[in-house]
Design a protein around this ligand. Sequence first.
Ligand code: 5GP
Length: 131
Amino acid sequence: MASIFTKIVKGEIPSYKIAEDELFYAFLDINPLAKGHTLVIPKKEVDYIFDLDDNLLKGLSLFTKKVAKAIEKSVPCKRIGVAVLGLEVPHAHIHLVPLNSEQDINFENPKLKFTQEEFCDIADRIRKELA
Ligand code: 5GP
């Protein structure tokens, strides 16, 4: 069965898209730890990030870097934190979390709630920095 992220890539489930190319897709995490918390995935459905072939992993890193730079310009933060967990969704993904303190990337923190309008606004602002 297709992963929830494959369904997002195919547009079968909506997402707040940040960026896309032939191989990769970035979108806002629906349960964010911080404003601008973004997930970056390969479109190819591989569960474990370290099972990606070398070229895909390299490409994912470079695509992630571009997205991280755009988030950094859009959200007030000291830097962008990076995490890979994959314990919930079996489709490789990188979390990009704007950080002001170490505590901001504690996955046990309560998740933030945003309205649809707020999510759209955050996504728009990040996308503009990628343009
Ligand atoms: P992990 O697999 O890294 O432990 O966690 C998966 C992440 O994906 C979580 O942060 C969760 O909020 C996010 N997530 C799960 N389902 C969806 C979804 O349908 N849409 C979006 N945008 N994010 C999701």
